[in-house]
Design a protein around this ligand. Structure first.
Ligand code: GTP
Ligand code: MG
Length: 247
Protein backbone atom coordinates (compact mmCIF):
# COMPACT_ATOMS: atom_id res chain seq x y z
CA UNK A 1 0.00 0.00 0.00
CA UNK A 2 1.40 3.37 -0.93
CA UNK A 3 -0.77 5.82 0.99
CA UNK A 4 -3.12 6.00 3.95
CA UNK A 5 -5.11 9.06 4.96
CA UNK A 6 -5.91 9.61 8.64
CA UNK A 7 -9.14 11.51 9.26
CA UNK A 8 -9.63 12.38 12.95
CA UNK A 9 -13.29 13.07 13.62
CA UNK A 10 -15.38 14.46 16.42
CA UNK A 11 -18.92 15.40 15.42
CA UNK A 12 -18.25 15.60 11.69
CA UNK A 13 -21.50 13.94 10.55
CA UNK A 14 -22.22 16.86 8.21
CA UNK A 15 -18.85 16.51 6.45
CA UNK A 16 -17.56 12.95 6.63
CA UNK A 17 -19.61 11.34 3.86
CA UNK A 18 -18.87 14.02 1.25
CA UNK A 19 -15.21 14.02 2.25
CA UNK A 20 -14.81 10.25 1.92
CA UNK A 21 -16.60 10.36 -1.45
CA UNK A 22 -14.29 13.16 -2.63
CA UNK A 23 -11.22 11.15 -1.56
CA UNK A 24 -12.54 8.04 -3.32
CA UNK A 25 -13.03 10.16 -6.45
CA UNK A 26 -9.31 10.94 -6.54
CA UNK A 27 -8.71 7.46 -7.92
CA UNK A 28 -5.46 7.04 -6.01
CA UNK A 29 -4.52 3.68 -4.50
CA UNK A 30 -5.03 4.51 -0.83
CA UNK A 31 -6.65 3.53 2.44
CA UNK A 32 -8.72 5.87 4.60
CA UNK A 33 -8.50 5.54 8.38
CA UNK A 34 -11.15 7.40 10.39
CA UNK A 35 -10.39 7.84 14.10
CA UNK A 36 -13.67 8.79 15.73
CA UNK A 37 -14.11 9.54 19.42
CA UNK A 38 -17.65 8.15 19.78
CA UNK A 39 -19.09 11.34 18.29
CA UNK A 40 -22.61 11.81 19.67
CA UNK A 41 -23.78 13.03 16.24
CA UNK A 42 -23.37 9.56 14.71
CA UNK A 43 -20.25 10.18 12.58
CA UNK A 44 -19.09 6.57 13.02
CA UNK A 45 -22.44 5.13 11.83
CA UNK A 46 -22.04 7.05 8.57
CA UNK A 47 -18.52 5.65 8.18
CA UNK A 48 -19.76 2.10 8.90
CA UNK A 49 -22.34 2.50 6.14
CA UNK A 50 -19.64 3.68 3.71
CA UNK A 51 -17.47 0.70 4.66
CA UNK A 52 -20.05 -1.55 2.99
CA UNK A 53 -19.45 0.33 -0.26
CA UNK A 54 -15.70 0.96 -0.07
CA UNK A 55 -13.32 -1.77 1.09
CA UNK A 56 -10.49 0.73 1.69
CA UNK A 57 -12.24 2.57 4.55
CA UNK A 58 -11.06 1.65 8.05
CA UNK A 59 -12.56 2.89 11.30
CA UNK A 60 -11.32 3.08 14.87
CA UNK A 61 -13.88 4.19 17.43
CA UNK A 62 -12.44 5.34 20.74
CA UNK A 63 -14.43 5.53 23.97
CA UNK A 64 -14.61 9.29 24.41
CA UNK A 65 -13.15 12.58 23.14
CA UNK A 66 -9.43 12.16 23.73
CA UNK A 67 -7.89 14.96 21.68
CA UNK A 68 -6.52 15.41 18.17
CA UNK A 69 -2.94 14.54 19.21
CA UNK A 70 -3.83 11.14 20.60
CA UNK A 71 -6.06 10.48 17.55
CA UNK A 72 -3.17 11.07 15.16
CA UNK A 73 -0.78 9.04 17.31
CA UNK A 74 -3.27 6.14 17.49
CA UNK A 75 -3.64 6.38 13.71
CA UNK A 76 0.13 6.20 13.24
CA UNK A 77 0.36 3.26 15.67
CA UNK A 78 -2.38 1.32 13.88
CA UNK A 79 -0.96 1.91 10.38
CA UNK A 80 2.52 0.97 11.56
CA UNK A 81 1.20 -2.33 12.91
CA UNK A 82 -0.33 -3.40 9.56
CA UNK A 83 1.46 -6.19 7.69
CA UNK A 84 1.12 -4.07 4.52
CA UNK A 85 2.24 -0.71 5.89
CA UNK A 86 1.62 2.41 3.81
CA UNK A 87 4.80 4.14 2.62
CA UNK A 88 3.21 7.54 3.23
CA UNK A 89 0.57 8.86 5.64
CA UNK A 90 -1.50 11.99 5.02
CA UNK A 91 -3.31 13.67 7.90
CA UNK A 92 -6.15 16.04 7.12
CA UNK A 93 -9.06 17.70 8.89
CA UNK A 94 -12.45 16.13 8.26
CA UNK A 95 -14.28 19.46 7.91
CA UNK A 96 -13.38 20.20 4.27
CA UNK A 97 -10.90 22.93 5.24
CA UNK A 98 -8.35 20.89 3.32
CA UNK A 99 -8.99 20.17 -0.35
CA UNK A 100 -8.70 16.42 -1.11
CA UNK A 101 -7.32 17.37 -4.54
CA UNK A 102 -4.12 18.53 -2.80
CA UNK A 103 -3.40 14.99 -1.52
CA UNK A 104 -1.70 14.05 -4.79
CA UNK A 105 0.53 17.16 -4.68
CA UNK A 106 1.57 16.41 -1.07
CA UNK A 107 2.36 12.82 -2.00
CA UNK A 108 4.39 13.75 -5.08
CA UNK A 109 6.52 16.15 -3.05
CA UNK A 110 7.07 13.54 -0.32
CA UNK A 111 8.24 11.06 -2.94
CA UNK A 112 11.05 13.47 -3.82
CA UNK A 113 12.57 12.32 -0.52
CA UNK A 114 10.91 14.35 2.24
CA UNK A 115 9.89 13.00 5.64
CA UNK A 116 7.21 15.62 6.21
CA UNK A 117 5.53 17.77 3.57
CA UNK A 118 3.33 20.47 5.08
CA UNK A 119 0.37 21.98 3.23
CA UNK A 120 1.19 25.63 3.90
CA UNK A 121 -1.21 28.54 4.13
CA UNK A 122 1.56 31.06 4.71
CA UNK A 123 4.05 30.47 1.90
CA UNK A 124 3.72 32.23 -1.46
CA UNK A 125 0.64 30.84 -3.21
CA UNK A 126 -1.01 29.70 0.04
CA UNK A 127 -4.27 31.22 1.24
CA UNK A 128 -6.83 31.26 4.06
CA UNK A 129 -10.51 31.83 3.28
CA UNK A 130 -13.20 32.68 5.79
CA UNK A 131 -11.21 33.36 8.95
CA UNK A 132 -11.93 36.33 11.22
CA UNK A 133 -9.23 38.94 11.81
CA UNK A 134 -8.57 37.70 15.36
CA UNK A 135 -8.24 34.08 14.20
CA UNK A 136 -5.71 35.14 11.56
CA UNK A 137 -3.66 37.12 14.08
CA UNK A 138 -3.68 34.26 16.65
CA UNK A 139 -2.56 31.76 14.03
CA UNK A 140 0.15 34.09 12.67
CA UNK A 141 1.50 34.69 16.18
CA UNK A 142 1.55 30.97 17.00
CA UNK A 143 3.43 30.37 13.76
CA UNK A 144 5.98 33.11 14.39
CA UNK A 145 6.71 31.69 17.85
CA UNK A 146 6.95 28.14 16.52
CA UNK A 147 9.36 29.24 13.78
CA UNK A 148 11.55 31.07 16.30
CA UNK A 149 11.79 27.98 18.49
CA UNK A 150 11.94 25.12 16.00
CA UNK A 151 13.82 26.89 13.22
CA UNK A 152 12.87 24.83 10.20
CA UNK A 153 12.75 26.38 6.72
CA UNK A 154 8.95 26.40 6.48
CA UNK A 155 6.26 29.03 7.11
CA UNK A 156 3.31 27.03 8.46
CA UNK A 157 3.92 25.07 11.67
CA UNK A 158 0.29 24.59 12.68
CA UNK A 159 -1.26 23.23 9.49
CA UNK A 160 -2.77 19.78 9.97
CA UNK A 161 -2.68 18.91 6.25
CA UNK A 162 0.54 16.96 5.84
CA UNK A 163 2.20 13.95 4.33
CA UNK A 164 4.56 11.90 6.53
CA UNK A 165 6.89 9.14 5.41
CA UNK A 166 6.53 5.80 7.22
CA UNK A 167 10.22 6.09 8.05
CA UNK A 168 9.48 9.33 9.95
CA UNK A 169 6.57 7.73 11.81
CA UNK A 170 8.59 4.67 12.83
CA UNK A 171 11.44 6.82 14.15
CA UNK A 172 9.41 9.41 16.02
CA UNK A 173 6.25 7.72 17.27
CA UNK A 174 7.86 6.49 20.54
CA UNK A 175 8.80 10.13 21.32
CA UNK A 176 5.47 11.79 20.54
CA UNK A 177 3.42 12.72 23.61
CA UNK A 178 0.93 15.40 22.50
CA UNK A 179 -2.68 15.01 23.50
CA UNK A 180 -4.30 17.80 21.51
CA UNK A 181 -3.54 20.34 18.76
CA UNK A 182 0.13 20.81 19.83
CA UNK A 183 0.84 17.56 17.94
CA UNK A 184 1.37 19.74 14.84
CA UNK A 185 4.32 21.48 16.48
CA UNK A 186 5.69 18.42 18.26
CA UNK A 187 5.93 16.40 15.03
CA UNK A 188 8.02 19.18 13.44
CA UNK A 189 10.16 19.51 16.56
CA UNK A 190 10.95 15.79 16.36
CA UNK A 191 11.82 16.13 12.66
CA UNK A 192 14.26 18.91 13.56
CA UNK A 193 15.85 16.89 16.39
CA UNK A 194 16.30 13.84 14.15
CA UNK A 195 17.52 16.01 11.24
CA UNK A 196 14.77 14.75 8.94
CA UNK A 197 13.82 16.45 5.69
CA UNK A 198 10.87 18.83 5.80
CA UNK A 199 9.27 20.74 2.92
CA UNK A 200 6.04 22.61 2.24
CA UNK A 201 3.68 23.22 -0.66
CA UNK A 202 1.10 26.01 -0.88
CA UNK A 203 -2.53 25.15 -0.12
CA UNK A 204 -5.77 27.05 0.10
CA UNK A 205 -7.39 26.58 3.51
CA UNK A 206 -11.14 27.15 3.62
CA UNK A 207 -12.77 27.65 7.01
CA UNK A 208 -15.28 24.93 7.88
CA UNK A 209 -18.74 25.58 6.47
CA UNK A 210 -20.50 22.82 8.40
CA UNK A 211 -20.16 21.57 11.97
CA UNK A 212 -18.61 23.23 15.01
CA UNK A 213 -14.98 23.94 15.92
CA UNK A 214 -13.34 21.51 18.36
CA UNK A 215 -10.69 23.99 19.39
CA UNK A 216 -11.62 24.61 23.04
CA UNK A 217 -10.03 27.10 25.45
CA UNK A 218 -8.40 24.10 27.16
CA UNK A 219 -6.85 22.99 23.88
CA UNK A 220 -5.60 26.50 23.08
CA UNK A 221 -4.01 26.52 26.58
CA UNK A 222 -2.28 23.14 25.98
CA UNK A 223 -1.02 24.45 22.65
CA UNK A 224 0.35 27.70 24.17
CA UNK A 225 2.00 25.85 27.06
CA UNK A 226 3.77 23.53 24.63
CA UNK A 227 5.12 26.47 22.59
CA UNK A 228 6.23 28.29 25.78
CA UNK A 229 8.06 25.20 27.08
CA UNK A 230 9.81 24.70 23.73
CA UNK A 231 10.74 28.39 23.57
CA UNK A 232 12.10 28.23 27.12
CA UNK A 233 14.33 25.22 26.42
CA UNK A 234 15.61 26.86 23.19
CA UNK A 235 16.56 30.04 25.09
CA UNK A 236 18.31 27.98 27.79
CA UNK A 237 20.31 26.13 25.11
CA UNK A 238 21.40 29.42 23.48
CA UNK A 239 22.41 30.89 26.88
CA UNK A 240 24.48 27.78 27.71
CA UNK A 241 26.36 28.13 24.43
CA UNK A 242 27.38 31.76 25.19
CA UNK A 243 30.51 32.13 27.37
CA UNK A 244 29.80 34.15 30.54
CA UNK A 245 31.08 37.71 30.49
CA UNK A 246 33.09 38.32 33.65
CA UNK A 247 33.88 41.95 34.20
N1 GTP B 1 -10.86 11.91 17.05
C1 GTP B 1 -10.80 13.19 17.37
N2 GTP B 1 -10.83 14.13 16.39
C2 GTP B 1 -10.76 15.43 16.77
C3 GTP B 1 -10.67 15.85 18.10
N3 GTP B 1 -10.62 17.21 18.14
C4 GTP B 1 -10.68 17.63 16.85
N4 GTP B 1 -10.78 16.56 16.02
C5 GTP B 1 -10.85 16.56 14.55
O1 GTP B 1 -9.66 17.18 14.12
C6 GTP B 1 -9.89 17.97 12.98
C7 GTP B 1 -9.47 19.41 13.27
O2 GTP B 1 -10.38 19.95 14.21
P1 GTP B 1 -11.15 21.34 13.96
O3 GTP B 1 -12.28 21.49 14.94
O4 GTP B 1 -11.51 21.45 12.52
O5 GTP B 1 -10.04 22.36 14.37
P2 GTP B 1 -9.70 23.69 13.66
O6 GTP B 1 -9.56 23.44 12.19
O7 GTP B 1 -8.54 24.27 14.36
O8 GTP B 1 -11.00 24.54 14.00
P3 GTP B 1 -12.20 25.02 13.03
O9 GTP B 1 -12.01 26.46 12.87
O10 GTP B 1 -13.46 24.74 13.67
O11 GTP B 1 -12.12 24.27 11.76
C8 GTP B 1 -11.37 17.80 12.64
O12 GTP B 1 -11.50 16.79 11.69
C9 GTP B 1 -11.97 17.40 13.97
O13 GTP B 1 -13.16 16.65 13.85
C10 GTP B 1 -10.66 14.84 19.12
O14 GTP B 1 -10.60 15.09 20.32
N5 GTP B 1 -10.72 13.54 18.69
MG1 MG C 1 -11.06 22.78 11.02
Amino acid sequence: MELAIILPTYNESENIEDLILAIEDLNIDLNILVIDDSSPDGTSEIVRRLQKRFSNVMLIVRQCKMGLGTAIRDGFKFLMSLPDKPKYIVTMDADFSHDPKDVQRLLERAKEGYDIVVGSRYMKGGEIMGWSFSRRITSKMANKMAKATIRLPISDFTSGFRCYSMDYVQKTLPNLQSKTFEIQIETLKQAKILKMKVAEIPIMFINRKRGKSKLSIREIMDFSIFIMKTLNSTILKIIKKQPLLII
